[in-house]
Design a protein around this ligand. Structure first.
Ligand SMILES: [Zn+2]
Length: 496
Protein backbone atom coordinates (compact mmCIF):
# COMPACT_ATOMS: atom_id res chain seq x y z
CA UNK A 1 0.00 0.00 0.00
CA UNK A 2 1.27 3.42 -0.86
CA UNK A 3 1.80 6.01 1.77
CA UNK A 4 1.40 9.68 1.28
CA UNK A 5 4.40 11.71 2.32
CA UNK A 6 5.12 15.36 2.81
CA UNK A 7 7.09 16.76 -0.02
CA UNK A 8 9.53 19.57 0.25
CA UNK A 9 7.88 21.37 -2.63
CA UNK A 10 4.08 21.47 -2.66
CA UNK A 11 2.63 19.85 -5.73
CA UNK A 12 -1.04 20.11 -4.78
CA UNK A 13 -3.76 21.11 -7.18
CA UNK A 14 -4.57 24.68 -7.69
CA UNK A 15 -8.08 25.87 -8.28
CA UNK A 16 -9.50 27.69 -11.28
CA UNK A 17 -8.82 25.21 -14.03
CA UNK A 18 -10.18 26.28 -17.34
CA UNK A 19 -11.36 22.80 -18.32
CA UNK A 20 -11.41 19.27 -17.08
CA UNK A 21 -8.64 18.47 -19.47
CA UNK A 22 -6.57 21.21 -17.97
CA UNK A 23 -7.36 19.71 -14.60
CA UNK A 24 -6.31 16.23 -15.63
CA UNK A 25 -3.19 17.58 -17.25
CA UNK A 26 -2.22 19.30 -14.06
CA UNK A 27 -3.08 16.28 -11.96
CA UNK A 28 -0.89 14.07 -14.11
CA UNK A 29 1.87 16.63 -14.15
CA UNK A 30 1.77 16.90 -10.39
CA UNK A 31 1.34 13.18 -10.05
CA UNK A 32 4.47 12.64 -12.02
CA UNK A 33 6.38 14.80 -9.54
CA UNK A 34 4.78 12.98 -6.63
CA UNK A 35 5.51 9.54 -7.96
CA UNK A 36 9.08 10.51 -8.71
CA UNK A 37 9.47 11.78 -5.20
CA UNK A 38 7.88 8.62 -3.80
CA UNK A 39 10.27 6.53 -5.86
CA UNK A 40 13.16 8.44 -4.38
CA UNK A 41 11.78 7.85 -0.88
CA UNK A 42 11.53 4.15 -1.68
CA UNK A 43 7.79 4.15 -1.05
CA UNK A 44 6.88 3.48 -4.66
CA UNK A 45 8.79 0.71 -6.31
CA UNK A 46 8.56 2.11 -9.79
CA UNK A 47 6.20 4.36 -11.59
CA UNK A 48 3.51 2.54 -13.50
CA UNK A 49 -0.04 3.28 -14.48
CA UNK A 50 -1.46 1.14 -11.73
CA UNK A 51 0.58 2.98 -9.16
CA UNK A 52 -0.30 6.26 -10.82
CA UNK A 53 -3.96 5.43 -10.71
CA UNK A 54 -3.86 4.51 -7.04
CA UNK A 55 -1.78 7.51 -6.29
CA UNK A 56 -4.04 9.76 -8.24
CA UNK A 57 -6.98 8.52 -6.21
CA UNK A 58 -5.25 9.31 -2.95
CA UNK A 59 -3.88 12.51 -4.30
CA UNK A 60 -7.18 13.84 -5.42
CA UNK A 61 -8.93 12.56 -2.29
CA UNK A 62 -7.27 15.39 -0.45
CA UNK A 63 -8.78 18.00 -2.72
CA UNK A 64 -12.56 17.62 -2.70
CA UNK A 65 -13.33 19.90 -5.53
CA UNK A 66 -10.90 18.31 -7.93
CA UNK A 67 -11.74 14.76 -6.95
CA UNK A 68 -15.40 15.56 -7.37
CA UNK A 69 -14.82 17.03 -10.74
CA UNK A 70 -12.90 14.01 -11.85
CA UNK A 71 -15.61 11.71 -10.63
CA UNK A 72 -18.39 13.76 -12.11
CA UNK A 73 -16.88 13.84 -15.55
CA UNK A 74 -16.71 10.07 -15.42
CA UNK A 75 -13.16 9.80 -16.54
CA UNK A 76 -11.77 8.64 -13.29
CA UNK A 77 -13.30 5.37 -12.13
CA UNK A 78 -12.92 3.55 -8.87
CA UNK A 79 -10.76 1.09 -10.73
CA UNK A 80 -8.44 3.94 -11.44
CA UNK A 81 -8.32 3.71 -15.19
CA UNK A 82 -8.85 6.42 -17.73
CA UNK A 83 -10.85 4.61 -20.31
CA UNK A 84 -13.64 6.91 -21.31
CA UNK A 85 -13.41 7.88 -24.92
CA UNK A 86 -14.45 11.54 -24.76
CA UNK A 87 -11.60 12.45 -22.48
CA UNK A 88 -9.12 10.46 -24.51
CA UNK A 89 -10.30 12.22 -27.63
CA UNK A 90 -9.74 15.49 -25.85
CA UNK A 91 -6.27 14.33 -24.88
CA UNK A 92 -5.54 13.44 -28.49
CA UNK A 93 -6.75 16.79 -29.69
CA UNK A 94 -5.03 19.00 -27.22
CA UNK A 95 -2.41 16.96 -25.45
CA UNK A 96 0.26 16.90 -28.15
CA UNK A 97 3.07 19.19 -27.28
CA UNK A 98 2.53 18.87 -23.54
CA UNK A 99 5.69 17.60 -21.85
CA UNK A 100 3.83 14.63 -20.42
CA UNK A 101 1.77 13.83 -23.47
CA UNK A 102 3.43 10.42 -23.55
CA UNK A 103 1.81 9.64 -20.23
CA UNK A 104 -1.63 10.54 -21.51
CA UNK A 105 -1.08 8.35 -24.54
CA UNK A 106 -0.26 5.49 -22.23
CA UNK A 107 -3.73 5.74 -20.82
CA UNK A 108 -5.23 5.22 -24.22
CA UNK A 109 -3.87 1.75 -24.80
CA UNK A 110 -4.93 -0.02 -21.67
CA UNK A 111 -8.10 -0.83 -19.85
CA UNK A 112 -8.54 -2.35 -16.46
CA UNK A 113 -9.52 -5.98 -16.58
CA UNK A 114 -10.24 -6.11 -12.89
CA UNK A 115 -11.07 -3.89 -9.98
CA UNK A 116 -7.38 -3.59 -9.25
CA UNK A 117 -6.95 -1.10 -12.08
CA UNK A 118 -4.81 -0.86 -15.14
CA UNK A 119 -1.12 -1.30 -15.56
CA UNK A 120 0.95 -1.90 -18.68
CA UNK A 121 3.85 -4.29 -18.61
CA UNK A 122 6.28 -1.51 -19.02
CA UNK A 123 6.93 1.70 -17.23
CA UNK A 124 6.59 5.37 -17.88
CA UNK A 125 9.90 6.00 -19.45
CA UNK A 126 10.19 9.51 -18.05
CA UNK A 127 10.49 8.06 -14.60
CA UNK A 128 12.29 4.84 -15.20
CA UNK A 129 14.13 4.26 -18.44
CA UNK A 130 14.62 0.57 -17.87
CA UNK A 131 11.86 -1.98 -17.79
CA UNK A 132 10.64 -3.18 -14.44
CA UNK A 133 9.12 -6.32 -15.79
CA UNK A 134 9.44 -8.31 -12.58
CA UNK A 135 7.43 -5.74 -10.67
CA UNK A 136 4.73 -5.66 -13.29
CA UNK A 137 4.53 -9.33 -14.04
CA UNK A 138 4.28 -10.21 -10.38
CA UNK A 139 1.85 -7.55 -9.32
CA UNK A 140 -0.12 -6.78 -12.41
CA UNK A 141 -0.59 -10.12 -14.13
CA UNK A 142 -4.33 -9.66 -14.59
CA UNK A 143 -3.91 -6.72 -16.89
CA UNK A 144 -5.55 -7.14 -20.26
CA UNK A 145 -3.90 -5.09 -22.94
CA UNK A 146 -5.86 -3.54 -25.72
CA UNK A 147 -4.35 -1.88 -28.72
CA UNK A 148 -1.43 -4.27 -29.03
CA UNK A 149 -0.36 -7.46 -30.75
CA UNK A 150 2.22 -10.09 -29.98
CA UNK A 151 5.41 -9.54 -31.98
CA UNK A 152 5.17 -12.81 -33.89
CA UNK A 153 1.66 -11.92 -35.08
CA UNK A 154 2.97 -8.62 -36.42
CA UNK A 155 5.89 -10.38 -38.10
CA UNK A 156 3.47 -12.83 -39.74
CA UNK A 157 1.51 -9.90 -41.21
CA UNK A 158 4.71 -8.28 -42.48
CA UNK A 159 5.69 -11.54 -44.14
CA UNK A 160 2.25 -11.74 -45.72
CA UNK A 161 2.75 -8.29 -47.23
CA UNK A 162 6.00 -9.45 -48.81
CA UNK A 163 7.48 -12.89 -48.34
CA UNK A 164 11.17 -12.76 -47.33
CA UNK A 165 11.70 -15.33 -50.12
CA UNK A 166 11.20 -12.46 -52.61
CA UNK A 167 14.34 -10.74 -51.34
CA UNK A 168 17.71 -11.04 -53.04
CA UNK A 169 19.76 -14.00 -51.87
CA UNK A 170 22.49 -11.55 -50.73
CA UNK A 171 20.07 -9.53 -48.63
CA UNK A 172 19.42 -9.68 -44.88
CA UNK A 173 15.68 -9.34 -44.34
CA UNK A 174 13.13 -10.30 -41.70
CA UNK A 175 13.21 -9.99 -37.92
CA UNK A 176 16.71 -8.79 -37.03
CA UNK A 177 16.31 -7.94 -33.33
CA UNK A 178 13.87 -9.77 -31.08
CA UNK A 179 13.38 -8.83 -27.42
CA UNK A 180 12.69 -11.75 -25.11
CA UNK A 181 9.05 -12.89 -25.26
CA UNK A 182 6.36 -12.00 -24.54
CA UNK A 183 6.72 -8.81 -26.55
CA UNK A 184 3.56 -6.82 -27.14
CA UNK A 185 3.70 -4.33 -30.00
CA UNK A 186 1.61 -1.22 -29.49
CA UNK A 187 3.46 1.17 -31.74
CA UNK A 188 5.60 0.68 -34.84
CA UNK A 189 7.97 3.24 -36.33
CA UNK A 190 8.56 3.01 -40.08
CA UNK A 191 11.83 4.37 -41.37
CA UNK A 192 13.94 4.08 -44.49
CA UNK A 193 17.22 4.06 -42.56
CA UNK A 194 17.72 3.43 -38.88
CA UNK A 195 20.26 6.13 -38.10
CA UNK A 196 21.19 7.27 -34.56
CA UNK A 197 18.75 10.23 -34.68
CA UNK A 198 15.92 7.92 -35.82
CA UNK A 199 16.82 5.52 -33.01
CA UNK A 200 16.46 8.40 -30.54
CA UNK A 201 13.11 9.20 -32.09
CA UNK A 202 12.01 5.58 -31.63
CA UNK A 203 12.96 5.69 -27.96
CA UNK A 204 11.23 9.06 -27.46
CA UNK A 205 8.12 7.81 -29.23
CA UNK A 206 8.15 4.70 -27.03
CA UNK A 207 7.72 2.36 -29.97
CA UNK A 208 7.95 -1.38 -29.46
CA UNK A 209 9.05 -2.16 -32.99
CA UNK A 210 10.97 -0.49 -35.80
CA UNK A 211 10.44 -1.49 -39.43
CA UNK A 212 13.54 -0.22 -41.19
CA UNK A 213 13.41 -0.61 -44.97
CA UNK A 214 17.21 -0.92 -45.24
CA UNK A 215 18.55 -3.61 -42.92
CA UNK A 216 20.37 -1.94 -40.01
CA UNK A 217 22.32 -5.17 -39.58
CA UNK A 218 23.87 -6.32 -42.82
CA UNK A 219 27.48 -7.33 -42.29
CA UNK A 220 27.65 -9.90 -39.49
CA UNK A 221 28.24 -8.43 -36.03
CA UNK A 222 30.84 -10.14 -33.88
CA UNK A 223 30.10 -8.08 -30.77
CA UNK A 224 27.63 -5.51 -29.53
CA UNK A 225 29.70 -2.79 -27.91
CA UNK A 226 29.62 1.01 -28.03
CA UNK A 227 32.40 1.16 -30.64
CA UNK A 228 30.34 1.57 -33.80
CA UNK A 229 27.05 3.32 -34.47
CA UNK A 230 25.44 0.12 -35.76
CA UNK A 231 26.37 -1.77 -32.60
CA UNK A 232 25.05 1.08 -30.48
CA UNK A 233 21.73 0.94 -32.34
CA UNK A 234 21.36 -2.77 -31.72
CA UNK A 235 22.21 -2.20 -28.06
CA UNK A 236 19.61 0.57 -27.80
CA UNK A 237 16.96 -1.67 -29.33
CA UNK A 238 17.67 -4.39 -26.80
CA UNK A 239 17.86 -2.00 -23.85
CA UNK A 240 14.54 -0.43 -24.77
CA UNK A 241 12.84 -3.67 -25.83
CA UNK A 242 12.35 -2.55 -29.39
CA UNK A 243 12.09 -5.23 -32.08
CA UNK A 244 13.69 -4.53 -35.46
CA UNK A 245 12.38 -5.84 -38.79
CA UNK A 246 13.73 -5.14 -42.27
CA UNK A 247 11.90 -5.97 -45.52
CA UNK A 248 14.32 -4.33 -48.02
CA UNK A 249 14.32 -6.10 -51.39
CA UNK A 250 11.22 -8.14 -50.53
CA UNK A 251 9.31 -4.82 -50.71
CA UNK A 252 11.15 -3.96 -53.96
CA UNK A 253 10.09 -7.19 -55.63
CA UNK A 254 6.55 -7.38 -54.29
CA UNK A 255 3.58 -6.59 -56.48
CA UNK A 256 2.35 -3.16 -55.38
CA UNK A 257 5.68 -2.67 -53.67
CA UNK A 258 8.32 0.06 -53.80
CA UNK A 259 8.96 -0.12 -57.56
CA UNK A 260 5.28 -0.12 -58.50
CA UNK A 261 4.92 2.97 -56.31
CA UNK A 262 8.01 4.59 -57.86
CA UNK A 263 7.04 4.13 -61.49
CA UNK A 264 3.75 5.91 -60.81
CA UNK A 265 5.87 9.00 -60.17
CA UNK A 266 6.25 9.32 -63.95
CA UNK A 267 2.53 9.65 -64.61
CA UNK A 268 -0.27 7.34 -65.67
CA UNK A 269 1.91 4.36 -66.55
CA UNK A 270 0.38 1.17 -67.96
CA UNK A 271 1.63 -2.30 -68.99
CA UNK A 272 3.83 -2.55 -65.91
CA UNK A 273 6.36 -5.36 -65.86
CA UNK A 274 9.32 -6.14 -63.64
CA UNK A 275 12.73 -5.67 -65.25
CA UNK A 276 14.03 -8.74 -63.47
CA UNK A 277 11.24 -11.24 -63.02
CA UNK A 278 11.15 -13.07 -59.71
CA UNK A 279 11.11 -16.82 -60.18
CA UNK A 280 10.06 -19.22 -57.48
CA UNK A 281 9.36 -22.88 -56.89
CA UNK A 282 5.66 -23.52 -56.89
CA UNK A 283 4.64 -24.05 -53.25
CA UNK A 284 8.34 -24.23 -52.43
CA UNK A 285 8.50 -27.71 -54.00
CA UNK A 286 11.96 -28.38 -55.40
CA UNK A 287 11.77 -32.13 -56.09
CA UNK A 288 9.55 -34.40 -58.11
CA UNK A 289 9.27 -38.15 -57.54
CA UNK A 290 7.60 -40.34 -60.18
CA UNK A 291 6.86 -44.04 -60.33
CA UNK A 292 4.50 -46.52 -61.93
CA UNK A 293 2.15 -48.81 -60.10
CA UNK A 294 -1.06 -50.68 -60.86
CA UNK A 295 -4.44 -49.10 -60.25
CA UNK A 296 -5.21 -51.71 -57.58
CA UNK A 297 -2.22 -50.51 -55.56
CA UNK A 298 -2.88 -46.81 -55.91
CA UNK A 299 -4.86 -46.30 -52.72
CA UNK A 300 -2.40 -48.41 -50.76
CA UNK A 301 0.37 -46.08 -51.94
CA UNK A 302 -1.32 -42.72 -51.75
CA UNK A 303 -3.16 -42.92 -48.42
CA UNK A 304 0.00 -42.91 -46.23
CA UNK A 305 1.67 -40.35 -48.49
CA UNK A 306 -1.24 -37.97 -48.12
CA UNK A 307 -0.46 -37.80 -44.41
CA UNK A 308 2.96 -36.28 -45.07
CA UNK A 309 2.78 -32.47 -44.87
CA UNK A 310 3.67 -30.57 -48.03
CA UNK A 311 3.27 -33.44 -50.52
CA UNK A 312 1.24 -32.98 -53.67
CA UNK A 313 0.21 -36.09 -55.61
CA UNK A 314 -0.67 -36.22 -59.31
CA UNK A 315 -2.20 -39.32 -60.92
CA UNK A 316 -2.00 -40.20 -64.55
CA UNK A 317 -3.42 -43.31 -66.22
CA UNK A 318 -0.75 -44.75 -68.46
CA UNK A 319 -2.46 -47.69 -70.12
CA UNK A 320 -5.62 -49.66 -69.97
CA UNK A 321 -4.88 -53.21 -69.00
CA UNK A 322 -6.09 -56.13 -71.08
CA UNK A 323 -9.10 -58.06 -69.83
CA UNK A 324 -8.32 -59.24 -66.32
CA UNK A 325 -5.26 -56.98 -65.95
CA UNK A 326 -5.17 -53.84 -63.82
CA UNK A 327 -4.58 -50.42 -65.39
CA UNK A 328 -1.09 -49.00 -64.97
CA UNK A 329 -0.87 -45.65 -63.24
CA UNK A 330 1.90 -43.12 -63.09
CA UNK A 331 2.05 -41.28 -59.76
CA UNK A 332 4.04 -38.08 -59.41
CA UNK A 333 4.73 -36.33 -56.15
CA UNK A 334 6.15 -32.87 -55.72
CA UNK A 335 7.68 -31.85 -52.41
CA UNK A 336 10.50 -30.01 -50.68
CA UNK A 337 13.91 -31.69 -50.89
CA UNK A 338 13.79 -32.38 -47.16
CA UNK A 339 10.68 -34.56 -47.58
CA UNK A 340 12.07 -36.99 -50.17
CA UNK A 341 13.56 -39.38 -47.61
CA UNK A 342 10.27 -39.51 -45.67
CA UNK A 343 8.38 -40.42 -48.84
CA UNK A 344 10.82 -43.17 -49.83
CA UNK A 345 10.63 -44.56 -46.31
CA UNK A 346 6.83 -44.65 -46.50
CA UNK A 347 6.90 -46.40 -49.87
CA UNK A 348 9.27 -49.01 -48.53
CA UNK A 349 7.12 -49.63 -45.45
CA UNK A 350 4.06 -50.12 -47.62
CA UNK A 351 5.71 -52.97 -49.60
CA UNK A 352 3.90 -51.84 -52.67
CA UNK A 353 4.84 -52.81 -56.20
CA UNK A 354 6.28 -49.77 -57.82
CA UNK A 355 8.48 -49.45 -60.88
CA UNK A 356 10.50 -46.81 -62.71
CA UNK A 357 11.12 -44.69 -59.62
CA UNK A 358 12.66 -41.36 -60.62
CA UNK A 359 13.58 -38.22 -58.74
CA UNK A 360 14.09 -34.95 -60.61
CA UNK A 361 14.58 -31.27 -59.85
CA UNK A 362 11.64 -28.92 -60.31
CA UNK A 363 12.12 -25.72 -62.29
CA UNK A 364 11.38 -22.28 -60.88
CA UNK A 365 8.42 -20.54 -62.47
CA UNK A 366 8.04 -16.79 -63.08
CA UNK A 367 6.00 -15.07 -60.36
CA UNK A 368 3.94 -12.70 -62.48
CA UNK A 369 4.04 -9.08 -61.30
CA UNK A 370 6.93 -9.73 -58.89
CA UNK A 371 10.53 -8.72 -59.43
CA UNK A 372 13.13 -5.98 -59.36
CA UNK A 373 12.65 -2.68 -61.22
CA UNK A 374 9.67 -1.86 -63.41
CA UNK A 375 9.11 -0.84 -66.99
CA UNK A 376 5.89 0.65 -68.30
CA UNK A 377 4.29 2.84 -70.95
CA UNK A 378 3.03 6.40 -70.94
CA UNK A 379 0.26 6.45 -73.49
CA UNK A 380 -0.05 9.00 -75.02
CA UNK A 381 3.60 10.06 -74.71
CA UNK A 382 4.36 12.85 -72.24
CA UNK A 383 6.88 15.72 -72.52
CA UNK A 384 10.04 15.20 -70.48
CA UNK A 385 9.37 18.45 -68.60
CA UNK A 386 5.97 17.13 -67.48
CA UNK A 387 7.48 13.86 -66.37
CA UNK A 388 10.12 15.71 -64.34
CA UNK A 389 7.41 17.78 -62.71
CA UNK A 390 5.33 14.66 -61.94
CA UNK A 391 8.34 12.98 -60.35
CA UNK A 392 9.14 15.95 -58.11
CA UNK A 393 5.55 16.05 -56.93
CA UNK A 394 5.29 12.31 -56.29
CA UNK A 395 8.59 12.13 -54.42
CA UNK A 396 8.13 15.45 -52.61
CA UNK A 397 11.41 16.86 -53.94
CA UNK A 398 12.42 20.36 -54.92
CA UNK A 399 15.18 19.15 -57.21
CA UNK A 400 16.12 16.11 -59.26
CA UNK A 401 19.12 15.63 -61.53
CA UNK A 402 18.38 15.08 -65.21
CA UNK A 403 20.82 13.85 -67.85
CA UNK A 404 19.16 14.66 -71.17
CA UNK A 405 19.49 12.66 -74.32
CA UNK A 406 19.32 14.60 -77.57
CA UNK A 407 16.27 14.65 -79.83
CA UNK A 408 13.76 12.98 -77.52
CA UNK A 409 11.21 15.45 -76.19
CA UNK A 410 8.42 12.93 -75.61
CA UNK A 411 8.56 9.99 -73.22
CA UNK A 412 6.74 6.73 -73.86
CA UNK A 413 8.68 3.95 -72.17
CA UNK A 414 9.89 4.49 -68.62
CA UNK A 415 12.05 2.17 -66.56
CA UNK A 416 12.64 2.60 -62.84
CA UNK A 417 14.62 1.01 -60.07
CA UNK A 418 14.33 2.18 -56.47
CA UNK A 419 17.66 2.82 -54.77
CA UNK A 420 20.66 2.00 -56.90
CA UNK A 421 19.56 1.21 -60.45
CA UNK A 422 22.92 0.40 -61.97
CA UNK A 423 22.65 -3.32 -62.51
CA UNK A 424 18.87 -3.61 -62.95
CA UNK A 425 18.63 -0.84 -65.58
CA UNK A 426 21.75 -1.83 -67.50
CA UNK A 427 20.91 -2.38 -71.18
CA UNK A 428 17.16 -1.79 -70.74
CA UNK A 429 15.54 -0.05 -73.74
CA UNK A 430 13.52 2.94 -72.51
CA UNK A 431 13.07 6.66 -73.10
CA UNK A 432 13.72 7.44 -69.45
CA UNK A 433 15.41 5.83 -66.47
CA UNK A 434 14.38 6.94 -63.00
CA UNK A 435 16.50 5.75 -60.11
CA UNK A 436 18.23 6.90 -56.94
CA UNK A 437 21.79 6.63 -58.13
CA UNK A 438 23.88 5.54 -61.12
CA UNK A 439 27.58 5.99 -61.79
CA UNK A 440 28.90 8.69 -64.10
CA UNK A 441 29.85 6.17 -66.78
CA UNK A 442 26.53 4.34 -66.61
CA UNK A 443 24.70 7.64 -67.06
CA UNK A 444 26.88 8.56 -70.06
CA UNK A 445 26.25 5.16 -71.56
CA UNK A 446 22.47 5.49 -71.15
CA UNK A 447 22.33 9.04 -72.54
CA UNK A 448 24.27 8.13 -75.69
CA UNK A 449 22.03 5.13 -76.25
CA UNK A 450 19.02 7.46 -76.34
CA UNK A 451 17.73 7.34 -72.74
CA UNK A 452 17.14 10.30 -70.44
CA UNK A 453 18.30 9.60 -66.89
CA UNK A 454 16.84 11.08 -63.70
CA UNK A 455 18.64 10.44 -60.41
CA UNK A 456 17.49 11.95 -57.14
CA UNK A 457 19.64 10.33 -54.42
CA UNK A 458 19.27 6.77 -53.28
CA UNK A 459 16.69 6.84 -50.53
CA UNK A 460 14.52 9.56 -52.10
CA UNK A 461 13.26 6.87 -54.47
CA UNK A 462 12.25 4.65 -51.55
CA UNK A 463 11.18 6.78 -48.60
CA UNK A 464 7.76 7.89 -49.91
CA UNK A 465 6.60 4.28 -49.98
CA UNK A 466 6.57 4.32 -46.17
CA UNK A 467 3.43 6.47 -46.34
CA UNK A 468 1.74 3.78 -48.45
CA UNK A 469 2.92 1.11 -46.06
CA UNK A 470 1.72 3.06 -43.02
CA UNK A 471 -1.91 2.78 -44.01
CA UNK A 472 -1.55 -0.71 -45.49
CA UNK A 473 0.11 -2.15 -42.40
CA UNK A 474 -2.19 -0.33 -40.04
CA UNK A 475 -5.19 -1.80 -41.88
CA UNK A 476 -3.77 -5.32 -41.91
CA UNK A 477 -3.09 -5.10 -38.18
CA UNK A 478 -6.75 -4.29 -37.71
CA UNK A 479 -5.99 -0.89 -36.20
CA UNK A 480 -4.69 -2.61 -33.05
CA UNK A 481 -1.21 -1.20 -33.48
CA UNK A 482 -0.31 2.43 -34.03
CA UNK A 483 1.92 2.78 -37.09
CA UNK A 484 3.92 6.00 -37.49
CA UNK A 485 6.47 7.17 -40.06
CA UNK A 486 9.72 8.69 -38.85
CA UNK A 487 9.79 12.47 -38.98
CA UNK A 488 13.58 12.54 -38.83
CA UNK A 489 14.63 9.98 -41.41
CA UNK A 490 15.96 11.63 -44.58
CA UNK A 491 18.49 11.13 -47.32
CA UNK A 492 21.98 12.07 -46.12
CA UNK A 493 22.61 14.12 -49.29
CA UNK A 494 21.03 17.53 -49.68
CA UNK A 495 21.45 20.30 -52.21
CA UNK A 496 23.14 23.24 -50.48
ZN1 LIG B 1 18.04 1.23 -51.07
Amino acid sequence: MLQFVSLAKPVGLATGFSSRFQLLKTVCYSLHSVSRALCSYGLLEKSCLKCHARLLKRFTAGACRTAQELTVCGDYTSAGSFSKKPLLQKVRETGRGHPFYGQFRRFQGFQASSAQGACPQDTLRANSPLQTSTHHRQRCSTVQETGSMELQEVVAVLKEIASPSLAGSWDNVGLLVEPSPPHQVRKILLTNDLTPPVMEEAVDEKVNMIVSYHPPIFAPLKRITQNSWKERIVGKCLENRIAMFSPHTSWDAAADGVNDWLIRACGDVTDLKPLEQTEAYRNGHTKKLSFITSSTEVEKVTVPLQGIPGVEILRETLSRGNAGDADMMKLSLTCAASTVATILNELQKGRTNIASLECSDMAKLPSLGFGMGRVGQLNPPVAIETVVSNIKKHLGLQHVQLARTEGKAQISTVAVCAGSGSSVLRGVTADLYLTGEMSHHEILDAVYRGTHVIVCNHSNTERGFLQVMQSRLSGLLGGKVEVVVSQIDRDPLTVV
